[in-house]
Design a protein around this ligand. Structure first.
Ligand SMILES: Cc1cc2nc3c(=O)[nH]c(=O)nc-3n(C[C@H](O)[C@H](O)[C@H](O)COP(=O)(O)OP(=O)(O)OC[C@H]3O[C@@H](n4cnc5c(N)ncnc54)[C@H](O)[C@@H]3O)c2cc1C
Length: 398
């Protein structure tokens, strides 16, 4: 197992750092610091997206002919690591990392030529319509129905937890086109225009007060036949391909180290009994434990990378990384709130009205929201228990 970067990779790392120094604007770093949700808002993400698109570094995993970089797994990891270290806002993955690869793998030439450039330019902003009330982990039970009438699909049903549906002009959906066969075989992958009468987006407000997710109701919404990806009934295969493509290459450890360093700097600032909290042995112990766990996450990521560099697939390590990263993220936000105590309660300037953002240093006012939003990481992207099931089967052979 090779856990060190070689000379060529170190040179690439230097190139990425230099690019970020010059091209990542300070105001985007500040916006990212104030973001409490999983993803920044649309305009923040799209500004960073357009800077990366100009450099040709927006879609590293796509083939070069569609804008990809031809980077190897180590280069992709380094890029993601350095973006995290520099404090860049996250990109919104639904178009770039989810639908893009699906179109490349299963789309017709016309679909690729039409949709891929619009994903890169940000003209199309996609959301993902998989989950439904009652169908999440058991996705194959989904019920949202599409029937062909007069040469087009008519869609009826409900999708839920749809991240950024309120910003999106398009949604890619798994829909039921056949009830008479095995559940997985009656599912079709459709691209649906959100800007039509039959699509209604209802907000779901998170515990933190953030608006990230929604319920999307289709009431006789329409999609043309050429908005279908793959054949009818092949949606499950297309969706599985998306998951395969997405595994590995995570650099969650870099974000964890950054969050731990922030917690440490806050513990240095807050004085308790004439001493900074960072001098308190109980806090030293808790923070040191988190640092050790962030290191173990980093080694798991590097092990995944090492096997991918040799042409292997990430395997169950990606499920281990997901759970390690989730636990760590949740515990870092917990200790951060413990450190700042009542300074973490967002304050509002009443002269601005109730809808204005809380005032104060983002170091303090973002922590309660981050703590609350990080609970959702146990569920999205495959719940903690589903990941454990994968590990139990793939590693322990249970
Ligand atoms: C913040 C957020 C954003 C999301 N964004 C999107 C999005 O953009 N698009 C989208 O389609 N979906 C999205 N989701 C939905 C997400 O994918 C689902 O919530 C997830 O798959 C779990 O499904 P569920 O909510 O139906 O819970 P369930 O599947 O009902 O699970 C409930 C509980 O039971 C456990 N459980 C379920 N099955 C098993 C099993 N076989 N063994 C052991 N335990 C089990 C789960 O771990 C969980 O604790 C989002 C969710 C959240 C929280």
């Amino acid at each position: 197992m090779e856990l060190q970067f070689n000379q060529e990779e170190l040179e690439f790392q230097k190139e990425v750092k230099e690019f970020l120094d010059v091209n990542l604007p300070q105001h985007l770093i500040e916006q990212a610091k104030r973001t409490t949700a999983v993803f920044p808002d649309k305009e923040v993400a799209l500004e960073w997206q357009s800077i990366l698109a100009k450099k040709g570094w927006l879609v590293p995993s796509w083939p070069e002919e569609y804008g990809g970089t031809n980077w190897n797994p180590a280069q992709k990891y380094i890029f993601s690591l350095e973006c995290a270290n520099a404090g860049a806002p996250s990109l919104i993955p639904m178009g770039l990392n989810m639908l893009g690869p699906v179109l490349i793998g299963y789309g017709t030439q016309e679909q690729k030529d039409f949709y891929l450039p619009r994903i890169i330019s940000g003209e199309d902003y996609w959301c993902q319509g998989y989950s439904e009330p009652g169908s999440g982990s058991d996705l194959a039970s989904l019920k949202c129905k599409a029937e062909i009438k007069d040469d087009k699909y008519i869609i009826n049903g409900t999708k839920i937890w749809t991240t950024h549906a309120h910003f999106a002009n398009k949604i890619f959906c798994l829909v039921r086109t056949d009830n008479s066969t095995k559940p997985q075989q009656g599912i079709t992958f459709l691209l649906i225009d959100m800007e039509q009468d039959g699509v209604n987006v209802e907000p779901i407000i998170m515990l933190s007060g953030d608006h990230d997710v929604n319920q999307v109701v289709f009431n006789d919404a329409e999609a043309s036949i050429d908005q279908r990806i793959g054949n009818e009934g092949e949606g499950w295969t297309v969706a599985k391909y998306l998951l395969e493509f997405e595994r590995g290459g995570s650099s969650a450890s870099a974000r964890s180290f950054k969050a731990i360093n922030l917690a440490k700097s806050l513990a240095e600032e807050i004085i308790d009994d004439d001493e900074p909290l960072l001098a308190n042995p109980a806090y030293i112990k808790r923070i040191s434990e988190l640092e050790l766990r962030a290191q173990s996450l980093q080694y798991t990521e590097l092990r995944t990378l090492s096997s991918m560099k040799k042409g292997g697939s990430p395997g169950p390590e990606s499920s281990m990384s997901k759970n390690l990263a989730t636990d760590l993220q949740q515990e870092i936000t917990e200790i951060t709130l413990d450190i700042i105590g009542y300074f973490g309660i967002p304050k509002h300037d009443n002269t601005l009205g109730n809808n204005e953002a809380p005032v104060g240093s983002e170091k303090f006012i973002t922590q309660a929201g981050r703590y609350q939003n990080s609970r959702a990481a146990s569920i999205y992207g495959g719940s903690r228990e589903i990941q454990k099931n994968i590990i139990a089967k793939a590693v322990l052979g249970l």
